[in-house]
Design a protein around this ligand. Structure first.
Ligand code: DGJ
Length: 729
């Protein structure tokens, strides 16, 4: 519905969240309120909220106060970082003053009350114009049914001279009481490390210039009430849904305002708009919640509602990377497939090393044909055998990359990204293939398509192993194309999936270097880290799940001695940590003992029995201090739950105290029992409530939540799996 000029305010509210936007004509739209649900409030209340938020008149300040619009235009007097920045070559049109000239609201039940409209979940689109600058813009605010908000903007050049976009970010207000900031950073094999700080005046700016989301991605930035944690405290979270360069910030201003903002990071001159051309920002996601678990649920629920979300039970996967690396030998891999099938593996994935000239990581990228030297009969013998054994077949690609030592680079050197004749510094001996070049895109598309046509392949592990440095298009004088490259990657994924129904894609980027909510709309699984050490993964999984639901996280178990950390861990700890996502094995099963095979098959059977719950339930996470974590998944109907009690280190406390069991229905009774105990070489110090036969204890959800149960004495790197089942009556 088009809203008339009398409409000044739009209020969307759903799933415990409200957002109020000032859409009055002639000014840029402004987010007045973003927070807990206001309910069905009248136009008068909404108007009062606007008035209540106006700046007081103080010395040496903008007369009438600063208007903080969703694009934080400097023309309004905002002297913080602007959301929109750009210019013409002659230095004009750099300070736009955009005014709303049309507002559209798309929602199921719209209530019009005087100067305000209200609705539940819906989409608001505000068009703006600045005739002096020759610019048009649009702001789209969506409140999704799960209470997740997403916002994006678009700017269009209407004048004859080009307009260069320097920045287009959306800016949301956050109350000053939210003065504690949590976000994440990390490095290869050690992703998603939380960092917390008190917010001071100034700008906390996070940038990714990797041409991919980055190991050091903030993941989701949270401002919250002091001391907020997984269970409690109001939090306001922001995430830029983009897999290329990006920027987000939290800014606290002396005049008493605080904002969270985000958008794409554009390289110099990267987006230059000719007359009639527009640039659209990525979606910026915003969530208001009560604690971090609640925030995660809103994102998970939304991803689970998307049509591309994996609907089938997550197949237990074997990936051969850490078993054979580049050493591809048909007989070995056939035997590996047999061992895998024997213990219940359902998907067999052939990783890097199968294509032309790829005997190590210095050659072959770009040549997506099966290497006849290693595979004289093609992949048919292996693929057929895998299928005969009842498993799906998956294959590794790295479509956006090229080795200088490849047929493709020799034939098309101008397809390699560079700013000119000089090639970018190498990274894992490779360069980036310019997918913004239509012929290059078509070539890779056709080459991968041919493999998918020839073989019955259910799954692609889509790798991306380097930063985009000097990412220019040589065919266009070396101009920067990270933006175009990122969109081309999404396009290629979507095209291959559309042409091969049922195909699943795992996004991998040297592990967890490309995990974001836009990639989550194109890929069905994420490889969250190259580090499969369960001790390290406890943290990586926990925080990846802030935005990615468990069924989309590849959680594997590897060999006893981890290839990256050198740490040795028990099979039960490795497996016990791998069940909390999409379970897989990355271990040379030809070297395992019979005992290991039989224990592994028990864990696989356990996973298969429980994956319906593990892959659909609500996440609960608690930090119990002293390097003890509780990780759980509660069924949506609250009938069952599984919890992992994980000890990572020894502490001075000999016992782990009383563990509160959250997430259940307060008024129902549950039997809580140890499901998988034992594991380590030593026995657990078992508490009395385990019962003689491990039958557990019956308590109400409320008693479990408030009083909890005594924890057993766990060893470092030990996990205990607990099950809560609602009792009849
Ligand atoms: C990096 C990935 O993260 C690994 O799992 C593996 O696929 C290698 N690339 C292969 O080159």
């Amino acid at each position: 519905m088009i809203l008339g000029p009398q409409t000044q305010l739009a209020h969307l509210h759903a799933s415990k969240t409200s957002i109020v936007i000032d859409v009055s004509s002639g000014r840029d739209p402004a987010i007045v309120y973003w927070g807990a649900d206001l309910g069905n409030v009248s136009s008068a209340v909404l108007e009062a909220m606007v008035r209540a938020g106006l700046d007081p008149t103080v010395g040496s300040s903008v007369d009438g106060g600063v208007r903080l619009g969703a694009l934080a235009l400097s023309s309004s007097g905002w002297s913080g970082r602007p959301g929109l920045a750009g210019h013409r070559d002659d230095g004009t049109a750099w300070a736009p003053a955009l005014g709303v000239d049309e507002v559209l609201l798309d929602a199921a039940e719209i209530v019009v009350d005087a100067a305000a409209v209200s609705a539940g979940a819906g989409r608001l689109r505000c068009s703006m114009v600045d005739p002096d600058c020759g610019l048009r813009a649009e702001l789209i605010v969506e409140l999704l049914a799960t209470g997740l908000i997403r916002v994006r903007a678009e700017v269009t050049n209407e004048a004859a001279e080009d307009w260069t976009v320097d920045e287009l970010a959306v800016v949301l207000p956050v109350p000053l009481q939210a003065d504690e900031l949590l976000d994440f950073s990390g490095r290869w094999s050690h992703e998603r490390v939380p960092q917390r700080r008190h917010l001071d005046l100034g700008n906390w700016l996070r940038e990714s210039r990797h041409g991919r989301t980055g190991f050091d991605s903030p993941t989701m930035s949270f401002c919250g009430e002091p001391g907020f944690d997984q269970a409690s405290g109001q939090v306001w979270g922001l995430h830029v849904g983009f897999s290329g360069n990006q920027r987000c910030w939290v800014e606290r201003r002396p005049e008493g305002r605080q904002v969270m903002a985000g958008g794409e990071l554009l390289l110099p001159g990267e987006v230059r708009l000719a007359q009639g051309q527009g640039y659209r920002s990525p979606w910026v996601y915003a969530v208001h919640a009560d604690g971090l678990d609640d925030a995660a649920h809103r994102v998970h629920d939304w991803l689970r509602s998307l049509p591309g979300h994996p609907a089938t039970p997550r197949p237990v996967t074997l990936n051969v990377w850490e078993a054979v690396y580049f050493d591809h030998d048909e007989q070995t891999l056939l035997s590996l497939a047999e061992r895998a099938a024997a213990i219940g593996v359902e998907r067999f994935v052939l990783d890097d090393g199968w294509f032309l000239g790829r005997r190590n990581d210095t050659a072959g990228l770009g040549d997506w044909v099966v290497d006849p030297q290693v595979w004289p009969a093609g992949l048919h013998p292996l693929v057929d055998h895998v299928h005969e054994l009842g498993m799906q077949f998956g294959l590794w690609f790295e479509p956006e990359m090229i080795n200088i030592d490849s047929e493709l680079a020799r034939a098309h050197p101008d397809w390699i990204m560079a700013t000119g004749a000089r090639l970018p510094v190498e990274w894992r001996h490779q360069q980036v293939l310019g997918l913004a070049i239509p012929e290059a895109f078509d070539h890779v598309h056709a080459a991968i398509g041919a493999i998918l046509d020839e073989y019955d392949i259910s799954y692609i592990k889509w790798d991306q192993n380097r930063d985009l440095i000097d990412a220019g298009d040589r065919q266009r004088g070396g101009r920067p194309v990270v933006h175009e490259q990122t969109l081309a990657c999404y396009r290629l994924m979507d095209a291959l999936r559309a042409e091969h129904p049922g195909l699943e894609i795992e996004s991998c980027s040297s592990g967890g270097g490309r995990i974001d909510l836009e990639m989550a709309r194109h890929a069905q699984r994420f490889w969250i880290s190259d580090c499969i050490d369960p001790h390290e993964r406890a943290q990586i999984m926990r925080w990846t799940e802030q935005i990615i639901p468990p069924e989309m996280m590849g959680t594997h178990l590897a060999s006893p001695r981890n290839s990256i950390t050198g740490r040795v861990s028990e099979l039960s700890f490795r497996a016990g940590m791998a069940i909390w996502g999409h379970f897989g094995v990355e271990w040379n099963l030809l070297e395992t003992t019979d005992d290991e095979m039989s224990r592994l098959s028990e864990w696989i059977a356990f996973y298969k029995d429980e994956r319906a719950l593990l892959c659909t339930g609500d996440l609960v996470r608690r930090d119990l201090g002293g390097a003890l974590l509780l990780h759980g998944v509660v069924a949506r109907d609250r009938l069952r739950a599984l919890y992992g009690l994980i000890r990572l280190e020894s502490t001075a406390l000999a016992q782990s105290g009383q563990v509160l069991i959250p997430g259940l229905d307060d008024h129902a009774s549950y039997r809580l029992r140890p499901r998988l105990v034992g594991n380590g070489p030593e026995r657990l110090g078992e508490p009395a409530w385990f019962g003689v036969d491990h039958e557990g204890i019956v308590m109400t959800g409320q008693a479990l939540r408030l009083h909890g149960v005594r924890a057993p004495q766990l060893l470092p790197d030990q996990i205990l799996i607990l099950e809560a089942t609602r009792t009849a009556g």
